[in-house]
Design a protein around this ligand. Structure first.
Ligand code: SF4
Length: 241
């Protein structure tokens, strides 16, 4: 019984140490979306879907000059907005999302971005990930956005859960709220720089603690043992076949 109670606490402590090591490897991790306020970050985050932050940053300076707030964006000419955000991809769908989002901000919040999870996710096109980005970076309210990088890295590290909500809950349960936003930023950077779909484990600060790397090492050791087996044993195996 004691072990059952202690094990989750040990797992959380292990996870905290792993994240601390990753934070040391990627010091100063922060969102790379350029923004000056919550409205700009919300728009940039919507534009970042299926795109890169660098690509989004290329267009947002001119987008925010033309549409500096929710009222201006809600009144935008759809064709002009499509042109302005075209380089980020899926520009027609994103234009529809942004117009709907801006209209909802004007109608429900007098043009301001609300600072609560409930009000943010009630806005059209805003999910938990986007809401957490805005809460954490624009309002300083702890939030842990789980994007595809966080999901991939966390899964390899052995964080329980396969859905963004489950991984968010596991990470938030292991860390104090003050660490949530930086943990997400760190995992995102790690996923972009090192733990890519094809990971560079040899450059990773947590390779000794990582489930994926452990399995890879075990598989390599098994393959090495097989190729090092004496020729006679291998011939014997062939005869049995
Ligand atoms: S050891 Fe490899 S798989 Fe594990 S977190 Fe590091 S880069 Fe990713």
């Amino acid at each position: 019984m004691g072990t059952k109670i202690a094990e989750p606490a040990r797992s959380r402590a292990r996870l905290r140490r792993t994240l601390a090591a990753l934070e040391a490897q990627h010091p100063g991790a922060d969102t790379e979306l350029v923004h000056r306020n919550a409205f700009e970050l919300l728009v940039a985050t919507v534009l970042s879907a299926q795109s890169t932050d660098a690509r989004v940053n290329e267009v947002t300076a001119s987008v925010f000059r033309r549409y500096p707030d929710a009222r201006a964006l809600a009144a935008a000419d759809p064709a002009a907005l499509e042109d302005a955000i075209r380089p980020t991809g899926f520009f027609r769908a994103k234009t529809r999302s942004l117009l709907g989002l801006a209209a909802a901000l004007v109608e429900r919040h007098d043009g301001e971005v609300p600072a609560s999870m409930g009000a943010l996710v009630a806005l059209p096109g805003v999910g938990r990930k986007t809401a957490n980005v805005v809460l954490g970076h624009a309002f300083g309210i702890p939030g842990l956005p789980v994007d595809r990088h966080v999901l991939r890295v966390a899964g390899r590290l052995g964080v329980p859960g396969t859905t963004p909500a489950a991984v968010e809950a596991a990470l938030c349960g292991a860390l104090p709220p003050a660490r949530w936003t930086v943990a997400s930023d760190t995992l995102i950077l790690h996923g972009r720089r090192i733990c890519r779909p094809r990971p560079a484990c040899e450059r990773c600060a947590v390779r000794r603690r990582c489930d994926f790397a452990r399995r890879e090492r075990a598989a390599a050791a098994r393959a090495g043992a097989q190729s090092a087996a004496p020729p006679r044993a291998r011939r014997g195996t062939e005869r049995v076949r």
